[in-house]
Design a protein around this ligand. Structure first.
Ligand SMILES: [Zn+2]
Length: 457
């Protein structure tokens, strides 16, 4: 399984992110689909009802707290859905699951809100959503819909049977062939010109892992140093650079946004330029994600254990984000945007490595990155002047010379070895799945420490 960074157990100088011990995995098929006019009307109606449910759920929680300091839990709200029968049959036409999905989102919004409060941040209170901005419906159980890979259709209650494009069918078949059972469905719409484009993702459980032996040997280990100039440097001497998808898009986007700002608010030209900018951004993000996928695939095919440095991306982007919020000059904003984009790509690489590693049965570690770029990988001498320039590392004690990122990657691999040793010493324990949140006693609302938080809202 893949552990979240917060919950990953510590062994030696690092944390175990992926143990590679699972035979059955959760996997998602994501695809675009093209509903007929009638189906689209039904889907839009569904989103309207989901939005109404979301707002009603939010309203109930706010009112209950304001009036009697009562806290409403997710399952209290779930139970009310059945009360709609006979009163709001129009809302139940799609089944109860999508309404539950909307209430679950209210719960998630509150959980995030309380979590940030507990951390001492000042979060915004969950807000009501406008129907035209509510784009997602989700089913948490395989009730009210069926995905049939054999026939190539997605049937949704009240919407009808949607024919899926070839790529979607291929994805569904691949997961079904590996023993996958479809369990969840999410349908999302997105603006496309004057209409909408639709996407769905089907979550499968019990998909068989594909365990092939790594080409470099079972216990082969690789350290990977992620950076902005060289995207990924490997301890075996490979330097991988992502093409500047995001950098190129940034110029295009800032150009589009500048043109947008010259148009009056509410005009069609302005909306169109907005959409063009969004499309350009999405395209770049998709390309860098593809690159991350391919890189991860390659790494995992070659090595048995992957070691990454534990970058705290949130901390790295925090100051940049603040700069965007109160922009001083354009230069500052642009620099901040640069960093955010680069950091986002680094996060993607890590995420994709974890996903591929889980699928192929590999272990993944994150280790403390402190001093990895100043320590000599040969003699261990640590000094800031070891690093001569951005690219060059030359040890002042032993004279070892290497590309700075490769030297760092070797240090990361060495820390990975220490992690593996500590992990083996404890009997190679597997990761343990945390208990499902919903079964814990008391909801997240119960654990809120400051009862006055909601008064401010
Ligand atoms: Zn040295």
């Amino acid at each position: 399984m893949i552990s979240s960074r917060e919950q990953a157990p510590r062994f030696g100088p690092g944390h175990l992110l992926v143990d590679g011990n699972d035979d059955r995995l959760h996997r998602t098929a994501e695809f675009a689909f093209d509903p007929t006019v009638r189906q689209e009307t039904a889907l839009i109606g569904l989103l309207r009802v989901c939005c109404e449910t979301y707002n009603a759920g939010l309203q109930e929680r706010r009112d209950a707290w304001r009036q009697s300091r009562a806290r409403i839990r997710l399952f209290d709200q779930f139970n009310q859905i059945t009360d709609l029968r006979g009163v709001r049959d129009d809302a139940l036409a799609w089944g109860a699951r999508p309404l539950r999905g909307a209430l679950r989102r209210v719960d998630e919004a509150y959980s995030a809100f309380y979590r940030r409060c507990a951390k001492g941040e000042v979060p915004g209170h969950p807000r009501f959503k406008a129907s035209r901005r509510f784009h997602t419906a989700c089913w948490d159980e395989p009730i009210g819909w069926t995905a049939s890979p054999k026939v190539g259709t997605l049937r949704i209650q009240r919407v009808g049977t949607i024919r899926l494009p070839k790529g979607a069918v291929r994805q569904l078949r691949r997961l079904a062939d590996r023993g996958g059972v479809p369990v969840t469905l999410t349908v999302t719409r997105r603006r496309a010109g004057t209409g909408w484009s639709w996407r769905a993702s089907v979550g499968f459980k019990a998909v068989a892992a594909i365990k092939a032996l790594p080409t470099a040997g079972v216990d082969s280990m690789v350290g990977a140093d992620r950076g902005v100039a060289v995207s990924v440097a490997l301890s075996d001497g490979t330097l991988l650079c992502m093409p500047p998808f995001l950098g190129d898009a940034r110029d295009e986007i800032s150009d589009l946004l500048r043109r947008r700002d010259s148009k009056a608010v509410g005009t069609r030209a302005r909306t169109s330029l907005n959409h063009q900018a969004a499309t350009a951004y999405r395209r770049a993000a998709r390309r860098s994600d593809n690159w991350a996928r391919e890189t991860a695939k390659e790494l995992v095919a070659r090595f048995g254990v992957v070691v990454l440095e534990d970058l705290r991306l949130k901390n790295m982007t925090r100051s940049a984000r603040r700069t965007v919020a109160n922009p001083g000059t354009n230069v500052a904003v642009k620099q901040a945007l640069n960093r955010i984009l680069a950091d986002a790509a680094l996060g993607k690489v890590r995420h994709r490595i974890c996903v591929k590693a889980e699928e192929a049965g590999r272990r993944t570690w994150v280790v403390n990155p402190a001093n990895t770029s100043r320590t000599c990988a040969v003699c261990g001498h640590c000094a800031p002047w070891n690093r001569r320039s951005r690219d060059l590392f030359r040890c002042v004690a032993c004279g070892h010379e290497a590309h700075a990122d490769l030297n760092a990657a070797r240090n990361i691999a060495a820390r990975g070895e220490a992690c593996e040793a500590a992990w083996r010493a404890e009997g190679s324990p597997s990761l343990v799945r945390p208990k499902p949140k919903l079964r814990r006693r008391g909801s997240t609302a119960e654990r809120c420490s400051d009862p006055n938080i909601l008064n401010a809202a």
